[in-house]
Design a binder for this molecule. Structure first.
Ligand code: PEP
Ligand code: MG
Length: 567
C-alpha cells in the first residue's frame, strides 16, 4: 500500500494503465541547414496545432465549455508569433537544430513564468510545458499516448497529468494516481469537476506499478493498493458502495431546507472565487454565496481590473445566484496575497500590516473602482458588500461613506443602483468581536472569518506549520469570541454569518447552531453534508450544548463532548 494525498473523493478498483510519456532527449546540432530546420519547425508546429484541436474536440464531449478554455490558451500559445519567432531567430542566428531551439526557448519561458509571484502566471508555466512538450515530440517523431482511446475500466497511474491528459479522460477512467501534485494542482481540480477519485503526491508509485496490474484506490483516505488481496478488494468495494450511497442520499437534499428538527432555520451558503465556483454552489444546493473572495480577480491578472471588467464578473455571479444573496468581500490583498503589478512595502509582519481595508482606505482610487463596479452590478440580484479586516468603527464608517459616495455619483450619472444593498463587515480581528455590539449599530451584518480570527487570537501565523497546533476552532476562547459577535449583532437586530473554514466543520456546526449563527458559508462540496447535520439536530438541545462548550477549558474537551453528543 502506498500513501498519497486524497485530492478528489471516491473509491475505485480497476486495471492500471501506466502512462509513460515519451522521454524527450534533445541533442544540440550545429551542422544543419537553417532553412530546413525552420521548415521542420513550422511543420511540427502545424501538427501540434492540429493535435491540440483534436484533443479539444474529444474533450468537448465530456467537459463544460469553460473547462475547454485551457485548450484555447494552448492554441493561442502555439499560434503566438512571439514563441515561434524566438525559436526561428535562434535557429537562424545560432545555426542550431529546431529541437534544440524549441527546447531552449521553452525552458526560458518556463523559468520566466515560474519565477513570477503571481499564481496566475505561475500556472502559465504548466501550459508552456504542455504545448512545447507536444511540439518537441512532433519534432522528434515521438507519439504521445492517446488517453481518449481507453475502452475498459481503468485507473491511470502517472508521474503527473498535464491539462491535456486530464481533459481526455473518458467514462472508462475510474480514477487516477499521480506521483506529484497537491490538492490544488490542475489535475486535482479537474478530477473534482469530473467527479472521479484521485490520489496525488503518491511518491514512487510508477516504479511499483505495471500496466495490467490491479489497483485499488481509496481517495477518501489517500491510499493506493497494488494487486490487493481478495479481502482488501472486498473492503474497498464496501467502502465504494457506502460512499456512493451517501453521495446519492446527500443529492436528495439539494432542494431541502436547512432546518432543525424543532423548526429553527438557518442558511447554508458557499464560498467562491469565480463565476464557476458560483455555479458549483447552486449545483450543490447552496442558499446563497456567503463569501466572494474578489482578490482572485486581482491576482489572476496583470493589471488592476477595470470597473468594466469587474462589473461583468459581479453581474455574472449575481445572475448565477438568481436572486439569492451574494456577499461580496471587497479587496483583501496583502499578507500572503501579493500582486505582480503592485509593490507592497517591506514589512516585518505583513499579516499585521498594510493590507485589505487598510490599503483600500489609503488607495481610494483602487477601492472606488471596485465599489462602483459593485453598485452597478447590484441591480442584477441581491447584493451584500462586506469589508475585510475591520478593526475600528472609524474604519467601517470611512469604508461605508466611500460606498455611499460611489452610489451617489452613479445615481447622479443616471446609472441604476439597487436601493437594497446591505453593507456589512468581516469579524476577523478580535477587537471587532469584542466590540460587536457597537459595530452592529453601523453594519448591516457580520461574517466571522475564523481563519484570521483564530490566527490573531492565538497569535499563531496561519501559514506556519510549526505552530499549526494553535489553529483551534474548538478552543473555548474562540467560541466565546464567536458568541460575543453573535450576541452583539442580534442585540441590534443584525444577522451573522461565518465564512471561515470552521463553518463547514461537521462538529463545529452543532455548536455554531446552538450559539445562534444565522448563516454558514463553506466550500460548495461541504454544503449538503452540513445540511444533513443541521436537519438531524434539535436547536434547543444545541443551545444547551453550546452553553456547556463555552464553559469548558480546552479544545479537546469541547470536541470530545460534541462527538459524544452528536455521533
Ligand atoms: C477568514 O479569515 O476566515 C476568511 C474567510 O478570509 P480569508 O481566509 O480569505 O482570509
Ligand atoms: Mg481573512
Amino acid at each position: 500500500m502506498l500513501k498519497g494525498i486524497a485530492a478528489s473523493a471516491g473509491v475505485a478498483t480497476a486495471k492500471a494503465y501506466k502512462l509513460v510519456s515519451p522521454v524527450v532527449v534533445i541533442e544540440k546540432k550545429t551542422d544543419v541547414n537553417a532553412a530546413d530546420e525552420v521548415a521542420k519547425l513550422e511543420s511540427a508546429l502545424a501538427k501540434t496545432i492540429t493535435d491540440i484541436e483534436g484533443v479539444k474536440e474529444r474533450a468537448a464531449k465530456r467537459l463544460a465549455p469553460e473547462e475547454l478554455e485551457v485548450f484555447d490558451a494552448h492554441l493561442m500559445m502555439a499560434n503566438d508569433p512571439e514563441l515561434v519567432g524566438q525559436m526561428k531567430a535562434m535557429i537562424e542566428n545560432d545555426g542550431v537544430n529546431a529541437e534544440y531551439a524549441a527546447d531552449q526557448v521553452s525552458n526560458m519561458m518556463v523559468s520566466m513564468f515560474e519565477a513570477m509571484d503571481n499564481p496566475y502566471f505561475k500556472e502559465r508555466a504548466a501550459d508552456v510545458k504542455d504545448v512545447t512538450y507536444r511540439l518537441k515530440c512532433n519534432l522528434l517523431g515521438l507519439t504521445i499516448p492517446d488517453l481518449s482511446a481507453i475502452d475498459e475500466p481503468t485507473i491511470i497511474v502517472a508521474h503527473d497529468l498535464t491539462p491535456s491528459d486530464t481533459a481526455q479522460l473518458n467514462e472508462f477512467v475510474k480514477g487516477f494516481v499521480t506521483e506529484i501534485g497537491g490538492k490544488t494542482s490542475h489535475s486535482a481540480i479537474m478530477a473534482n469537476s469530473l467527479e472521479i477519485p484521485a490520489v496525488v503526491g503518491t511518491g514512487g508509485v510508477l516504479a511499483e506499478v505495471n500496466t495490467g496490474d490491479v489497483i485499488g484506490m481509496d481517495a477518501l483516505d489517500g491510499e493506493v493498493f497494488i494487486n490487493p488481496d481478495e479481502a482488501t478488494i472486498a473492503r474497498l468495494a464496501e467502502k465504494e458502495k457506502a460512499y456512493k450511497e451517501e453521495k446519492a442520499a446527500l443529492k436528495t437534499l439539494i432542494n431541502a431546507k436547512s432546518i432543525t428538527t424543532d423548526d429553527h432555520e438557518v442558511e447554508l451558503a458557499g464560498n467562491i472565487g469565480s463565476v464557476k465556483d458560483a455555479e458549483q454552489v447552486v449545483a450543490n444546493g447552496g442558499e446563497g454565496v456567503g463569501l466572494f473572495r474578489t482578490e482572485f480577480l486581482y491576482m489572476d491578472n496583470d493589471h488592476f481590473p477595470t470597473e468594466e471588467e469587474q462589473f461583468e464578473v459581479y453581474k455574472a455571479v449575481l445572475e448565477t445566484l438568481k436572486g439569492k444573496k451574494v456577499v461580496v468581500r471587497t479587496l483583501d490583498i496583502g499578507g500572503d496575497k501579493k500582486l505582480s503589478y503592485f509593490e507592497f512595502p517591506e514589512e516585518m509582519n505583513p499579516f499585521l500590516g498594510y493590507r485589505a481595508i487598510r490599503l483600500c482606505l489609503n488607495r481610494t482610487d483602487i477601492f472606488k473602482t471596485q465599489l462602483r463596479a459593485l453598485c452597478r452590478a447590484s441591480v442584477y440580484g441581491k447584493l451584500c458588500i462586506m469589508f475585510p479586516m475591520i478593526a475600528t468603527i472609524n474604519e467601517f464608517k470611512a469604508a461605508k461613506s466611500l460606498f455611499e459616495e460611489c452610489k451617489a455619483e452613479l445615481l447622479a450619472e443616471g446609472v441604476a443602483v439597487s436601493d437594497d444593498i446591505q453593507v456589512g463587515m468581516m469579524v476577523e480581528i478580535p477587537a471587532a468581536a469584542v466590540l460587536a455590539d457597537e459595530f452592529s449599530k453601523y453594519a448591516d451584518f457580520f461574517s466571522i472569518g475564523t481563519n484570521d480570527l483564530i490566527q490573531y487570537s492565538m497569535a499563531a501565523d496561519r501559514m506556519s506549520q510549526k505552530v499549526s497546533y494553535l489553529y483551534q476552532p474548538y478552543n473555548p476562547a474562540i467560541l466565546r469570541l464567536v458568541n460575543m459577535t453573535i450576541q452583539g449583532a442580534h442585540k441590534n437586530g443584525k444577522w451573522v454569518g461565518m465564512c471561515g473554514a470552521m463553518a463547514g466543520e461537521p462538529y463545529a456546526v452543532p455548536i455554531l447552531l446552538g450559539l445562534g449563527l444565522d448563516e454558514f458559508s463553506m466550500s460548495a462540496t461541504q454544503i449538503l453534508k452540513a445540511r444533513k447535520v443541521v436537519n438531524g439536530l434539535s436547536y434547543a438541545e444545541m443551545q444547551e450544548l453550546a452553553k456547556k462548550c463555552l464553559s469548558m477549558d480546552t479544545a479537546e474537551e469541547v470536541l470530545d463532548y460534541v462527538k459524544s453528543q452528536v455521533d
